[in-house]
Design a binder for this molecule. Structure first.
Ligand code: MF3
Ligand code: CO
Ligand code: CO
Length: 300
């Protein structure tokens, strides 16, 4: 894929003004992958005992749901701790260090670490990095926005959530992007429940984003989650024709990513970092939810 000249990581970083006031971010040097003690239970892709992922959305029983509740609770409590930690001068590698330590202290494995080759324990996506940013030695700057996407594996189950944080003073357009993204997620969750089509989620998020002058990045989908990090269903965040209805006992994520500009993204040479094609900023928000008899419960 061609990388637009202005966004070529080999060129010097620069301030972009078309979509607000912020620095274009490119991947920088990072530290080695962190290690996890053997006392922590490893997920299938680390232990080598490969799991069979269900072919259709799984309805979980009470015991499985208890497992989901525990892992989701750990993921969300770590995410909450980022709120006070994130400030100018902190590197995203320091966020990785903290998430890694807090996961292990909770008895959990940080799911991103070595998942399909991802080298770090959390994803941190700054400004024009849309998703899957690799924590590195770039210090956060006043005016940045950073998404922290935390997944942990605890007693056999993954829990997954993310939030986009403002760093210091962020311009109004940045704050609006974060706010509308969060609203889109909450709005979608409100309408989930038994026998609601999965495709409704994307339809609602698309409409709400559009009404606010923002673009959904359609390349990224939410996912079923359980003993597996990613499984069916796929949750589209834009207009779609994905089949199937929600049923009580299903657990899946909703994780819309929105931008001010193009819906197109580019994957960089590291195989992970996804940037917006036009350099506009992207924000993302994610919860793991459970379909109940009457609606949906946020587990994270
Ligand atoms: N947490 C991300 C999600 O919401 C997945 C990250 S995959 C990783 O699905 F390998 F980058 F961690
Ligand atoms: Co996630
Ligand atoms: Co997810």
């Amino acid at each position: 894929m061609r990388i637009p000249r202005a966004l070529n990581p080999r060129l010097k970083k620069r301030i972009w003004r078309k979509f607000g006031i912020y620095e274009i971010v490119v991947p920088e040097e990072t530290t080695p992958s962190r290690t996890v003690p053997d006392s922590i239970e490893f997920p299938d892709y680390i232990s080598g005992k490969l799991l069979i992922i269900p072919k259709s959305p799984e309805v979980k029983d009470a015991e499985q749901l208890e497992g989901m509740r525990q892992s989701c609770k750990i993921a969300s409590s770590i995410l909450h701790k980022m709120q006070t930690f994130i400030k100018p001068c902190i590197t995203t590698d320091k966020i990785d260090e903290l998430v890694h330590r807090l996961s292990i202290e909770a008895g959990a494995y940080p799911s991103p670490l070595h998942y399909k080759g991802f080298p770090k324990s959390v994803c941190t996506s700054v400004n024009n990095v849309a998703v899957h940013g690799i924590p590195d030695l770039r210090a956060l700057q006043d005016g940045d926005i950073v998404n922290v996407d935390i997944t942990v594996y605890y007693k056999g189950y993954h829990g997954d959530c993310s939030k986009t944080f403002p760093v210091g003073n962020v311009d109004d357009r940045g704050l609006q992007l974060i706010g509308v993204t969060e609203e889109c997620l909450q709005h979608a969750i409100k309408h989930c429940g038994p026998d609601v089509p999965f495709r409704e989620i994307g339809a609602r998020i698309y409409r709400r984003a559009k009404r606010n002058g923002l673009t959904v990045l359609p390349a990224f989908v939410g996912h079923g989650i359980g003993k597996y990090f990613h499984g069916p269903p796929e949750i589209y965040h834009s207009k779609n024709r994905y089949p199937g209805l929600m049923k009580p006992g299903m657990t899946f994520t909703i994780e819309p990513a929105l931008s001010h500009g193009s819906e197109n993204t580019v994957i960089l040479e590291d195989g992970w970092t996804v940037i917006t094609e036009d350099g506009s900023r992207a924000a993302q928000a994610e919860h793991t939810i459970l379909i109940t008899e009457h609606g949906a419960e946020i587990l994270t």
